[in-house]
Write a protein that binds this ligand. Structure first.
Ligand code: HEC
Ligand code: HEC
Length: 343
């Protein structure tokens, strides 16, 4: 009898301690990996995703408190309904209306990306956010000022405690929280995806089918499905821009062959992420298709071999390609309430 009471008490104390730990340590969740997709590259074991961490990252992403004069948030340049990019300017606009030197990149399916920025100068998503925070033409703040401000705020210490176990806010925790949000921005629900999954009643039109064929023949080697990027760098034959003279990947590696090589961007939600290219030189998607048809600099020593035999598209083919590219629009992503401004 004594033994069994002891056992019951022991069992109860185990349950209590588990429940207590449960309250202390938030439950780890995982992102939903779309069927038939490769494994994500991002190492979740170093920054376990939790609902509370995600919500904290979301709040920070939308909070201008991170910028020097509390005027600019990450979302000022990365707007959800345009695929988390900035649409109205060729290059980014930050604090005091200062102009950056590159077109804002869309934030889509980052968990599958190995390198970040147009030149791949950032190799870890978790340290990426240090750049916009400190960049004089973006948020123009110092890490120390951001951390002090967050520690002095009325709500953030409590939120960091819930997410990471204690109140003290550090750069590393700030980066981890922001990353829990950005790494969760997954777009896999476009018409293209639905057709690929053979969802009932959803089919490509004849025009979209012709566009897909052209896409597979001329674009897919770099903009590879299902991510619509092979996550590498290439020169697609754009002439160097006359103003900024951006050499892209060369500035990072110093390898001459990398001149004018840029990150191959995903084409998901491309209908809404205008303007296009690292310097935002094309306003319309039809300008981009026209460029691949007539504008490639075939004399460039850096041009990717994939584009050396560039194809002239007829007017009909251009429309077909465009129709296919529109099937990559994912309204469920662009308007997903989970990613929007937190209430
Ligand atoms: C002033 C506009 C601006 C602000 C504010 C801004 N960004 Fe960006 N973001 C950019 C630009 C421009 C790039 C491309 C930079 C480059 O290639 O050099 C970029 C690139 C990125 C990338 C890399 C995407 C990829 O596919 O390589 C991530 C991630 C990112 N930003 C997250 C953030 C976060 C998080 C914040 C807030 C802490 C933030 N950004 C604030 C303009 C901005
Ligand atoms: C050799 C690899 C390669 C091939 C093939 C290729 N692209 Fe690209 N594409 C790139 C690179 C690299 C960029 C970014 C270039 C830059 O900004 O300097 C790009 C940019 C784009 C953009 C702009 C994306 C943005 O977010 O700004 C679109 C749209 C695009 N390509 C569509 C196509 C289409 C359509 C085809 C087929 C006709 C195609 N690409 C073939 C490498 C390629």
């Amino acid at each position: 009898m004594r033994n069994s009471i002891f056992l019951v008490l022991f069992a109860l104390s185990c349950i209590a301690s588990v429940a207590f730990r449960f309250e202390k340590e938030p439950k780890v969740i995982s992102i939903e990996i779309p069927k038939k997709w490769p494994r994500p590259v991002y190492d979740f074991s170093k920054n376990p995703l939790t609902e509370i961490g995600f919500e904290l990252g979301r709040k920070l992403f939308y909070d201008p408190i991170l910028s020097r004069d509390s005027s600019i948030s990450c979302a000022s340049c990365h707007l959800q309904y345009t695929g988390f990019t900035h649409v109205d300017h060729a290059v980014s606009h930050g604090i005091d209306g200062r102009k950056g030197t590159r077109n804002t990149l869309a934030l889509i399916n980052l968990a599958w990306q190995k390198t970040f920025h147009w030149d791949g100068g950032v190799t870890n998503l978790e340290t990426q956010a240090i750049n916009p925070l400190q960049h004089p033409a973006e948020m123009d703040n110092s890490l120390r000022a951001v951390i002090n401000r967050l520690n002095a705020s009325s709500n953030y210490p409590g939120l960091f405690e819930k997410a990471f176990g204690n109140k003290e806010i550090t750069t590393s925790k700030l980066m981890k929280a922001l990353t829990q949000y950005t790494v969760s921005l997954i777009s896999a629900n476009s018409k293209y995806d639905k057709v690929s999954r053979k969802e009932k009643g959803i089919f490509f039109t004849e025009q979209e089918k012709r566009g897909l064929k052209l896409f597979n023949a001329h674009c897919n080697s770099c903009h590879t499905a299902p991510l619509f990027t092979n996550t590498l760098f290439a020169s697609n034959g754009l002439k160097i821009d006359s103003l900024l003279k951006d050499t892209g990947r060369f500035a990072i590696t110093g390898f001459p062959g990398d001149s004018l090589n840029f990150k191959i961007p995903s084409l998901r939600n491309i209908e809404f992420t205008f303007p296009y290219m690292h310097d935002g030189r094309f306003k319309k998607l039809k300008d981009v298709i026209h460029f691949y048809s007539e504008g490639i600099d075939l004399q460039s020593p850096y041009l990717s071999p994939h584009l050396k035999n560039r194809k002239h598209f007829t007017e009909i083919e251009k429309k077909d390609l465009l129709a296919f590219l529109y099937t990559l629009t994912d309204k469920a992503f662009l308007y997903n309430p989970r990613f929007s401004f937190p209430k």
